[in-house]
Write a protein that binds this ligand. Structure first.
Ligand SMILES: Nc1nc2c(c(=O)[nH]1)N[C@H]1C(S)=C(S)[C@@H](COP(=O)(O)OP(=O)(O)OC[C@H]3O[C@@H](n4cnc5c(N)ncnc54)[C@H](O)[C@@H]3O)O[C@H]1N2
Ligand code: MOO
Length: 414
């Protein structure tokens, strides 16, 4: 069979992303939530600190605090007390004196340095210093992490575990975040059977929703799962209307190509608008983007719509490459293209011009530290193991041809 170039009429991936980002506007409504519930949420306002972190100069080591100038006279200082984290030594240290100090304890007035205990000896109420420190040795300065009045985390930041700790460190327990994006998810196909049930003739297990649901969980999303809808145009249309009535974004997978039971595009045409259909991406060509008008019990709504192809790898790749920018924009995050790294092809990588190809690969370093990449087995859009066992995409530009062994390849680590 002669394979023909399939680029005519396909929208280049960057044009598809720009088109979607131009249309979609961020959700503006915000809500106050507890910090402990804020993982993966997007900040609606800058977080400003009312305090210095740390609040006081404090010790970075268990050891002894002293004025380092005193050690120029004598290596021995008189031990006059102890400071623990949360239990400061409240007096002023006088010349010739030192105190025992633990990590995190406040540096007392009069002291400017700490020497860790491994570099000291003690004898009859004296501490003998084997290290002569510079001023400020092992002292963590007040405000060295965060200064009072400074912006700790900016509006639009998606909160990672480290940001949660940073906000907690300035004593804030409640924050203002953008409300969750309401996303509807629909799988369509007569052949789709939920895992756990017996498989009838010609059927397959539905698997895309498991990947898409898990991917969605990494975003600030409230998921409305509409399950599996049969290839019945009226049923599918009713579910689309229902999803469009209250979601910000509706995702379907399957039924978006040109087969006799592929109704997605037709329904989108009737219920809304199609901004584009068919992108120069492999896998994932029949991806559709548009707008869906919905209504349910008198409630009218307008949702953005992404029609993902049914092939398992196609739905996964189009989610990561095309839906992710939309979700980021909707939730008020700045969209930054995923960084690429360059590796050398460990073998010939087959590629036909026409679509940007997101092949699933395995990258590794050789003993010389050189970065290599090779395809992770068969690259068909139904071969989910190609992605599950891979560690990167090998991103091959739309017009690129075969990549020869040793040539440069852009990779996007997972
Ligand atoms: N004549 C043409 N045929 C096809 C074209 C084309 O351009 N001309 N494009 C091909 C490409 S590329 C893709 S990708 C697929 C996409 O088709 P659909 O989005 O309509 O997907 P379906 O036909 O419904 O399903 C495709 C495949 O995936 C399986 N599937 C569907 N949903 C799921 C699910 N939730 N979990 C697991 N597997 C699923 C389904 O059983 C099919 O095997 O169209 C090509 N055809
Ligand atoms: O784009 Mo399809 O996803 O090549 O099979």
């Amino acid at each position: 069979m002669i394979e023909t170039c399939d680029s005519p009429g396909l929208l280049p991936i960057q044009s598809a992303i720009s088109n979607m980002l131009k249309q979609v506007t961020p959700v503006l409504e915000s809500e106050q939530i507890e910090l402990e519930d804020a993982l993966a949420r997007v900040l609606a306002e800058d977080v400003v600190s009312n305090i210095n972190v740390p609040p006081n100069d404090n010790s970075a080591m268990d050891g002894y605090a002293m004025r380092c100038e005193d050690l120029t006279q004598s290596k021995q200082l008189q031990l006059v007390g102890t400071a623990l984290a949360g239990k400061p030594f409240k007096e002023m240290l006088l010349p010739g004196q030192c105190i025992r100090i633990m990590t995190g304890a406040v540096i007392p007035l009069g002291a400017d340095s700490v020497v860790m205990q491994e570099n000291t000896d003690t004898e009859d109420g004296l501490v003998i210093f084997r290290q002569i420190p510079e001023s400020g040795n092992s002292v963590r300065k007040a405000g060295e992490d965060i200064q009072q009045g400074s912006v700790v985390v900016t509006k639009g930041t998606k909160l990672t575990p480290a940001f949660l700790a940073l906000i907690a460190s300035v004593g804030i327990a409640e924050i203002s975040v953008i409300r969750n994006i309401k996303v509807g998810l629909i799988a369509t196909g007569d052949e789709l059977t939920p895992p756990g049930e017996p498989l009838s003739d010609g059927a397959i297990y539905e698997s895309n929703r498991y990947a898409l649901t898990a991917l969605l969980k990494t975003f600030p999303v409230t998921l409305f799962d509409f399950g599996i809808v049969k290839d019945d145009k009226d049923d599918l249309k009713a579910v689309f209307e229902q999803a469009g009535s209250h979601c910000d974004l509706v995702l379907s997978c399957g039924g978006v190509s040109v087969g006799d039971a592929d109704y997605v595009k037709e329904i989108l045409d009737e219920l809304g608008t199609i901004n584009f259909w068919k992108v120069a991406i492999k896998p994932g060509k029949p991806f559709a983007f548009g707008h869906l008008r919905g209504q349910l019990n008198g409630q009218m709504g307008n949702a953005w719509f992404c029609g993902l192809p049914g092939n398992p790898v196609s739905s996964y790749v189009t989610f990561e490459q095309l839906v992710t920018p939309v979700l980021k924009k909707l939730s008020g995050q700045t969209y930054l293209p995923t960084p690429h790294f360059v590796a050398k092809a460990a073998c010939l990588i087959k590629k036909r011009p026409g679509r940007a190809d997101y092949q699933r690969g395995i990258f590794y370093r050789d003993e010389q530290g050189e970065l290599w990449v090779k395809p992770n087995g068969k690259q068909g859009s139904g071969i989910m193991s190609s992605i599950a066992n891979a560690n990167c995409y090998m991103v091959l530009e739309q017009d690129a041809e075969d990549v020869q062994q040793g040539e440069a390849v852009n990779i996007q680590p997972f």
